[in-house]
Design a protein around this ligand. Structure first.
Ligand SMILES: O=C(O)CCC(=O)c1ccccc1C(=O)O
Ligand SMILES: [Mg+2]
Length: 367
């Protein structure tokens, strides 16, 4: 297979509602789409999940664009590619920049699957035909708004509720939520907002029967998370601490957590995600698929990877309509009663709506 043209689209799409985490509020989602074209006229699509500002990790859209334009696209264009697993080896001469790597690698995976006439899930080795999904709810100023959102999303059938927390917006919120919803599957995500000095608060969370606490401590940390996990019963789930197979291996060895949130962009692409999946399966560490407020393209990739066997917990891959007035894929992603059913179409399984893409494109470059 040969990629003879790559197109980068810088996208700006307004989300229906602002989304607040411990690191800030986002409503205008800027991201990169990658289209990789083959000689026989097929197009593969990938999405870069970096955000406009480096708030979640060190990556941001302009940096991804620069990486893709100057370093990554030249490595793949007009080269013979036997299998997408080969891409990552080449990319790894450059350090990190995982979201940029993943965007292009993802487009090539989609192109490969389309060339083979198989679904992306199939070529990745997925074994499930449905995936379970939960919902991630941002921090609200007003507890009433959060309770209303929980009510609505529970009625829609989402399989678990995740609420964002930060110091000062934690135990009081949990007490209130549990008062109204004593039995819902519930978890929290701190996005690195605490340190071991907050041990009392973190220990107090054991009282709320949480499925897990996601990334309570510093991004990249494995050691303090291991210390924390020894002192609390609630499983620690790692997000911003896992960027590679090596991170996952060390986290398992150290006991830094009991669950891993898999984000394909964070770990540098589908090939690395598969490797981490296999390692975690072997080690008895369940995974679930995280989200980065993706458009339909990234969402479709997330659904495909979530069909692998060790994705044992509901993911953050909610319906398109949770985020967008109109998504850029046809049909849109729909979770019914908290379940997304995969289709057998070749590649990502959804058609990219070029008209919608163009409408939301602020910059475009052909290579
Ligand atoms: O619905 C989603 O896409 C997941 C939302 C979410 O939790 C999130 C959104 C943006 C950045 C980081 C995170 C996170 O999982 O930490
Ligand atoms: Mg998270």
């Amino acid at each position: 297979m040969k990629v003879n043209e790559v197109i980068l689209y810088k996208m700006q799409m307004k989300m229906k509602n602002p989304f607040t985490t411990s690191f800030g509020t986002e409503q205008d989602r800027e991201f990169i789409l990658v289209e990789a074209k083959s000689e026989d006229g097929l197009s593969g699509w990938g999405e870069g999940c970096a955000t406009e500002r480096p708030l979640y990790s060190e990556e941001f859209t302009q940096q991804s664009w620069f990486m893709l334009e100057n370093f990554l696209i030249p490595m793949v264009i007009n080269k013979e590619i036997g299998h997408p697993d080969e891409i990552q080896e080449g990319f790894n001469v450059y350090k990190r920049n995982n979201m940029a790597k993943s965007a292009l690698e993802g487009a090539i995976w989609d192109l490969y699957a389309k060339t083979e006439g198989k679904s992306l899930s199939k070529v990745l080795g997925g074994s499930k035909s449905t995936v379970e999904v939960g919902i991630s709810l941002g921090i609200e100023d007003n507890i009433g708004d959060l309770l209303a959102a929980i009510q609505k999303k529970t009625e829609e059938g989402y399989k678990r509720i995740k609420i964002k927390i930060k110091p000062g917006k934690d135990l009081k919120v949990l007490r209130e939520v549990r008062k109204h919803y004593p039995d819902i599957p519930l978890m929290v995500d701190a996005n690195s907002a605490y340190t071991l000095d907050d041990m009392e608060t973190l220990k107090a969370m054991d009282a709320f029967d949480l499925m897990m606490i996601e990334q309570p401590l510093t991004a990249g940390d494995l050691i303090d998370h291991a210390k924390l996990q020894k002192q609390i019963k609630t499983p620690v789930c790692l997000d911003e601490s896992i960027h590679s197979y090596e991170d996952a291996r060390q986290a398992i060895e150290l006991g830094s957590g009991k669950i891993i949130n898999m984000k394909v962009g964070r770990v540098g692409g589908l090939t690395q995600a598969k490797k981490i999946h296999d390692l975690c399966k072997e080690a008895g560490i369940p995974l679930w698929c995280g989200g980065m407020l993706e458009s339909g393209v990234g969402r479709a990739h997330n659904i495909a990877i979530a069909s692998l066997a060790n994705f044992l917990l509901p993911g953050d891959t909610a319906s398109s309509s949770r985020y967008w007035e109109k998504d850029i894929i046809k049909p849109e992603v729909v979770a019914e009663n908290g379940i997304i059913t995969l289709n057998d179409n070749a590649g990502i399984g959804y058609e990219v709506d070029r008209e919608e893409v163009e409408k939301n494109t602020v910059e475009k470059k052909v290579f």
